[in-house]
Design a protein around this ligand. Structure first.
Ligand SMILES: [Zn+2]
Length: 296
């Protein structure tokens, strides 16, 4: 009986050991299973990282190709418009958000590299913070508004032209020179108030005005009553300017009959400095800056 009791006790002890062993096994299995779950949960994250890395690598591979393309045809300060957020692309406050027929830009200049042949028009723009270098404030006696600014090279040429015009008895003044992005934005949206077609033919979209280069002037006169009228070229002073502007390095920028090329109506008062040599060729041929540059 005692033996039996011992057996019983022994067998009871064995059963306990087996139970503990089973419990331990279960715990181990559960622990491994949990680790497995954890690994499985982490796996997609690893895959995602790899996918991101691949994406990054792809982007890195694509980028130099774009740069090479850009370097072939563009200058250091010229970038693809998609790379530059233009403030003018934001819808104007209080106006509707349609594109208003504003064409897409081909490129955008980020800074002034001093090139006198800089082309800014409906398709070639400048960034909002583009600032022409070597600027001077015009003498107020030569302007209808105070503190009109120009690039020095254009200003010096204008002073000579103005003095020679004055010697002929013509009374000319500059009513517009350098314009900032914000100033141009204001002008454009004022023009929109008159009408969309009028705005597009008479006023530049901000970042696309030649006035932003500091190389353009609008010239008014006593003969025009200090306004700007399209018959200016019929006036003796307007005629003289048209015939002699190239001698000072200026061209008449928006010609009659070239509206399709320049994108603007005829403006006998808007002159652009390009230097005597180029101005002489352009005025003698009667062509636009776009045609001269092969950008028509
Ligand atoms: Zn102008």
């Amino acid at each position: 009986m005692q033996e039996k009791t011992w057996d019983y006790n022994y067998s009871k002890g064995e059963k306990m050991k087996k139970l503990i062993a089973i419990l331990l096994s279960l715990m181990l299995v559960f622990t491994f299973a949990a680790c497995g779950d954890k690994e499985e949960a982490e796996e997609p994250a690893d895959t995602q990282e790899t996918a991101e890395e691949v994406q990054e690598e792809t982007a890195e591979t694509e980028e130099p190709e774009q740069e090479t393309e850009t370097a072939d045809v563009k200058k250091d300060n010229m970038v693809d418009p998609s790379e530059v957020p233009l403030r003018g692309d934001e819808p104007p406050k209080g106006n509707d958000t349609s594109s208003r027929g504003i064409p897409e830009l081909k490129d955008v200049l980020t800074y002034d590299d001093g090139d006198l042949m800089v082309l800014v028009n409906k398709y070639h723009g400048v960034t909002a913070d583009y600032e022409p270098t070597d600027m001077v404030v015009m003498d107020n006696s030569l302007t209808t508004w105070e503190n009109i600014r120009l690039k020095k090279v254009a200003y010096d040429a204008y002073v000579k032209m103005q003095q020679d015009a004055a010697a002929k008895g013509f009374n000319l003044k500059v009513c517009s020179g350098y314009r900032t992005y914000d100033g141009q934005q204001q002008l454009f949206y004022n023009a929109l108030g008159v009408g969309e077609e009028y705005a597009h033919m008479s006023s530049a979209y901000p970042g696309r005005s030649e006035h932003h280069t500091g190389l353009a002037v609008d010239i008014t006169s006593a003969s025009m009553g200090w306004g700007l009228t399209q018959d200016f070229a019929d006036y003796p002073d307007g005629k003289w300017l048209y015939e002699h502007c190239h001698e000072y390095g200026f061209i008449l920028r928006y010609l009659k009959g070239s509206e399709d090329i320049t994108g603007y109506k005829y403006e006998p008062w808007h002159f652009r400095y390009v230097g005597v040599e180029v101005a002489t060729e352009i005025m003698e041929k009667g062509i636009t800056l776009e045609e001269y540059l092969g950008e028509a």
